[in-house]
Structure formats: structure tokens, C-alpha cells
Design a protein around this ligand. Sequence first.
Ligand code: UDP
Length: 395
Amino acid sequence: NRNTKRRVLILMSDTGGGHRASAEALRAAFEDLYPGQLDIMIVDLWTQIVKGPFRNLPKQYMFLQRNPTLWKLTWFYGVFPISRCITEEFSYWIAHERVKKAFLMYRPDIVVSVHPLCQTLPLRVLKDMGIRERIPFVTVVTDLGSAHPLWFHRDVDICFVPTNRVRDIARRCGISIHKIRQYGLPVRPAFWKENRDKFAVRNELGLEQVPTILIVGGGDGMSGVGRIARALACRLSEEFSDAQLVIICGRNIALQQELSGMRWPLPVYVKGFVNNMSEWMTASDCIVTKAGPGTIAEALIRGLPIFLYGFLPGQEAGNVPFVVENGVGFFESDPMRLANRVIQLFKEQSHLVQMSIQAKNVGRPLATYQIAGDICDLLWLQRTKPPISSPLEVS
Ligand code: UDP
């Protein structure tokens, strides 16, 4: 019922796979905690609302991921106050009317941002409309070891951070300590609700009952996956008579086609974008991945040792020490050296088991419920305040 349900607007953008995954995780937790009481809308601010020159943001991000130097420039462009200010003014000028219309259409009772580019613009528009005081605005930071300053806006009501490292960045960016809550990263329920063992899940996925290595390159199947897979396949077939590789290419269709067409010296399962990542993780003994925060948080909950082969400069750089210093994995960018280290660990099983136990210790399976619970507390506090006017009142 539109009149009684509280309306939660989750703002994100499909740059990579992590922001949507976090938004979906929060949606699931809201629905579990308050069944039938909330209308949850997940909206890509830039492609669904602002559009215009920003409609291709996810594609541009995919391009930048493959060109780390350009990515680095973009990252720092957003850090320097002058370039940041010019871009913010430009996007406000282009977008504020559309964002205003969107608020009148969605009529949120609370706004939750899970993206670094979803703070400044919507907060400013809410203020222009004179309704900021009535609509709580929270940010859920979905980076683990480093985070862009754009994540942190002093005017938010709560800023959820997953780790000490990100909490410290939030403080440096001027967020008051009273507004910061630290639980972990929101992760979809399948990762923390799974109670089958790896053997059962392997059977269901049609895998063999042999040591299994999962290779993932984030939602966009970041380049490098092919080289890593070839090196691992080569070394595994030399050292083990039975082992298998699962390669998840995400939205990188070209990579999926290339790897599917190859001959492999051991069983290899090549997949495109999968919606059951938790099952592939449960079926595996370790994960080889770029340092994506979502994938790392999920793998920790599933107790997988994490071997990193790459990271995006700036944004993901801090995830490498996070993994290494917590004793849950290592970083090695050279495919052959990485393959050798993985093989060595598979030979010394005890170290692998140790890492797996440590991963479970570091994982934060309750974070999603804790964040969703706090957001709802804030929402119920607003209950007595009148909602935004209906779309019919828009001139
Ligand atoms: N993912 C997925 N299916 C795929 C590939 C990735 O569901 O085929 C999910 C993955 O489980 C994780 C997210 O996409 O939740 C990737 O987020 P991460 O932060 O690791 O990297 P990003 O893609 O955002 O750079």
C-alpha cells in the first residue's frame, strides 16, 4: 500500500558490479527485517535520472578499468578541489532539474547512497527543494581499504564504513565521529545464509570433487583474467593430476568467448555474468581475483583464501594491504609467480586451512542486517513528518 509503506530510495550507479550488489544486499536485509513495510527502489542516478552526457558512465568506467593510467588521472581529477568543484558545478547545472523531478516522482522517505558519485548532487537538490531536513540521507561506503573523498559529505545523517582504514579517511574528510557507524560491507544474503557444504554445491553445479580454484575479475571481468587463467592451468596440470578451474568473466563477453574457445590441459568451466556467485565461492577452495571490495568481502564470509593479481589505482589500492595484513591471502601481479604460490599453498594444505579460518574471522556476515537496522531506526524516527508532495503537484 503506497500510503503506509515507507519509501527507501537507494542511489547507485552500475560502475563495476559492487554497488548494485551492495544495493541488492540492503534490499534483501530490509525485506527480511521489515517484511511488507517498505517500498525499496534501487536507481542508477547517472543513467536513469541524469542521463545526457552521463548516461554512458558504466561503459566509461569499464574502459577506464582497462587503462589504469587514465583511471589514475580520473581518480586524482576528482580529488583536487578545483577540478572537483568545476565538475560538480557542471553536473549540477546539467542535472538538478532532472534530479528534482526524480525526487518528486519517487517521493522517498529516506535516501541511501551506495556510490561515491551519489552524495553531492542529490544532497544539494534536496536542500534547494527545502526538504533536506525531512528526508534523512545516509551513505553506505562500499570500499574496504581505500575510499575516494567524494564518498564523504559532511551533511549526511549517517556514514556507514566497513573498516578502520575507511573510518579514518571519513574522519580526515571531515565527517563527524557521531555520524560514523562501522559494521562491514553489505553482502547479499546468499553469502551468509548458505549452509550446504562444498561437496553438495559442487554436485549441483556439475563440478568434479577435486581441488577447485575460482578466478574472478569483478563485475566487468577486468583484463588480466585470461593470462592468470592460462598460467594457473599450465602449472596445475603439471603439479596435480586432478584439479579444476572456474573462470567467471562477468560482463566481459569477449573474454568469455575467447576462453570458452580454448583447449585446456585440465577441466575448466568458463562462465559469463553469474547470479549465483555465492555458490561458485562455496564450491571453491580459494579465489584468485582483482582487489574488488565486494568480491573480497564475499570471499571472506565464505572462508576463501584470497589471491590478488591486480587492483585499480587509488580506489582498490588499499584493499591489497587489507588482505595481506589480515593474513587471508597475498598479492602477486605476475601470472606465473602467482600460479607458483597458489600451487605451493595447495601442497602445504595446513597454511591454506589457516587462511580459510582467518578469512571467516575477518568476514562480517552480520553487517548487512546491522546497517539495514540502523537505517530503519532513522526512518521510523522520521515517521511523523509529512512526505514529499505528490507528482501531481509538480508544475
Ligand atoms: N559479480 C556477480 N557476478 C559475476 C561477477 C561479479 O555477481 O559474474 C559480483 C561479485 O559477486 C561482487 C561484484 O559483482 O559482488 C563485484 O564487485 P567488486 O567490488 O569486487 O568489483 P567491481 O566489479 O565493483 O569493480
